[in-house]
Design a protein around this ligand. Structure first.
Ligand SMILES: C[S@@+](CC[C@H](N)C(=O)[O-])C[C@H]1O[C@@H](n2cnc3c(N)ncnc32)[C@H](O)[C@@H]1O
Length: 175
C-alpha cells in the first residue's frame, strides 16, 4: 500500500467521502450506481463499494498488459479507484467521469495518497477531446450506460474509442 503523507487521516477521509456521497444523493438526479455504497471499493482505505476493485484488477489481468511507459484513458471512471490502484504501473492515467461528486471523491483519495500521474476530467466522454492517443483504454460498464447521460450511439462510441487508441495497444472492454 502507498504511504499516506497527508494531513487527513483515514477516518477523516471516510467522513469526507460520506459527506460528498450525501451531497450526491441529494443533488445528482441521474444516480443509479452506488446509491448506498459506492460502485467501486478501495480495500486498503476501507472504502466500501458494490464492486471490489482489487478483485476486478486481478480478474481482468490488467497487470499483465500494463507497462510503465503507457498512457491510459478510463471512460466513465466513476471514483477512479481502478485508475488510482494501477497508477504505479503506468506513466499516466486520464479518467473521464460525468458525475462531479464521484470526481470529487476520486480527487480526495488521489490527494490522500499523493498520486501525481492521474487526472480526472469532470465531463462527458462526448465532450472529452483527449490529448493525442492512449496506449490503453478502459471501457468498463460505460457504453450506453443505463443512467441515460450518453448521447453517443454505440457505433459513435466505438468510433471515438478507435480515434483515441494507439492501434498497436489495448482496449479493455466490459459490457
Ligand atoms: C456502471 S458505472 C461504471 C464505472 C466504472 N467504469 C467501473 O466499471 O467501475 C458507469 C459510469 O459512467 C459514468 N457516465 C455515464 N454517462 C457518462 C458519459 N456520457 N460520460 C462520462 N461518464 C459517464 C457514470 O456516472 C458512472 O460512473
Amino acid at each position: 500500500m502507498r504511504k499516506c503523507l497527508f494531513k487527513m487521516n483515514n477516518k477523516q477521509l471516510l467522513k469526507k467521502i460520506e459527506f460528498i456521497k450525501e451531497e450526491q444523493n441529494k443533488n445528482w438526479k441521474n444516480l443509479i450506481y452506488g446509491k448506498g455504497d459506492l460502485y467501486q471499493s478501495y480495500d486498503e482505505l476501507n472504502i466500501k463499494g458494490k464492486r471490489n476493485t482489487k478483485k476486478r484488477i486481478k480478474q481482468y489481468e490488467l497487470k499483465k498488459y500494463l507497462h510503465e511507459s503507457f498512457d491510459i484513458l478510463d471512460i466513465g471512471c466513476n471514483c477512479g479507484f481502478i485508475d488510482l490502484q494501477i497508477s504505479n504501473l503506468v506513466f499516466s492515467v486520464e479518467g473521464v467521469e460525468i458525475n462531479p461528486y464521484l470526481v470529487k471523491i476520486g480527487n480526495k483519495v488521489k490527494e490522500h495518497l499523493n498520486i501525481k500521474n492521474v487526472n480526472f476530467h469532470n465531463k462527458s466522454f462526448e465532450d472529452f477531446k483527449g490529448d493525442g492517443v492512449y496506449d490503453v483504454i478502459f471501457s468498463f460498464a460505460s457504453d450506453e450506460v443505463a443512467d441515460g447521460l450518453s448521447n453517443l450511439s454505440y457505433e459513435d462510441y466505438i468510433k471515438k474509442i478507435v480515434s483515441l487508441l494507439n492501434r498497436e495497444k489495448y482496449l479493455f472492454y466490459e459490457s
